[in-house]
Design a protein around this ligand. Structure first.
Ligand SMILES: [Zn+2]
Length: 236
């Protein structure tokens, strides 16, 4: 119902008749959703597909302070690997850094989450996984405990502080919440299927709803711009 509500708002764009919008959720799991649209302009569905990849915020590690690293992996390589770990994301609690009231480059508890790791291999080689990455937030954590971060030989040690922030896929692929976002045409020309698969940071449903909200905001913005241009031209 959520989704239908948001997409219905799109009817503000008056050149299309979206009042008769017809959509059905064909498949819905946490990590995958498929929706069938009937008689909906394909531009809208393609916009949802693109927004799902590029404009829905997710958490990713963005800044790493290495305190100790006696492994064979360089600090930069460790930081790069950390950036690619999908983190569960809470969009209600946190803000994008540039939209946060703190106005600080360091961030605050509303726009940044600290994750720490302090690990050592003692008598034998040890693979350090995301299970040892401790987050200060109960929700924003790696989506899996089994992602390898680094392998340490006996007596090697690694210790760091990593800061995760919300970001957008259009700025860096590490902030893309959707691993798959595709549009397919049905047998009937008027049927279009949109499938979203999530990397686990958000559910597939959360991604599509956030994308629909973005689309709605863009359309509203566009409508207001056109209205203001019309008013200006009328007053000339
Ligand atoms: Zn902040």
């Amino acid at each position: 119902m959520h989704l239908i509500h948001y997409i219905l708002i799109c009817k503000r764009l008056k050149s299309f008749d979206l009042i008769s919008i017809d959509l059905k959720v064909i498949e819905k799991q946490d990590e995958k959703i498929t929706i069938k649209f009937n008689n909906v302009p394909r531009q809208y569905i393609n916009a949802l597909r693109r927004l799902s990849i590029s404009e829905v915020p997710t958490f990713a590690i963005d800044d790493v302070v290495i305190l100790e690293n006696s492994s064979v992996m360089h600090d930069e390589a460790v930081a790069h690997r950390l950036g690619l770990i999908p983190l569960r994301t809470d969009l209600k609690k946190f803000s994008l850094p540039n939209e946060c009231n703190c106005n600080s480059t360091l961030g605050c508890t509303n726009c940044r989450v600290l994750l720490q790791l302090d690990a050592e291999a003692t008598d034998k080689t040890k693979t350090i996984t995301t299970a040892e990455l401790i987050s200060e937030d109960d929700f924003v954590k790696p989506v899996s405990q089994d992602i390898p971060i680094i392998t340490l030989a006996p007596s090697q040690k690694i210790k760091f502080e990593a800061y995760a922030r919300l970001g957008l896929g259009k700025d860096h692929a590490k902030w893309q919440p959707a691993t798959i976002s595709v549009v397919k045409y049905g047998e009937n020309e008027n049927e279009i299927y949109l499938t979203i698969e999530s990397n686990g940071a958000l559910t597939a449903e959360e991604i599509i709803i956030a994308a629909a909200e973005k689309l709605n905001a863009s359309i509203k913005n566009f409508g207001e711009t056109i209205s203001s241009v019309n008013r200006t031209l009328t007053n000339v």
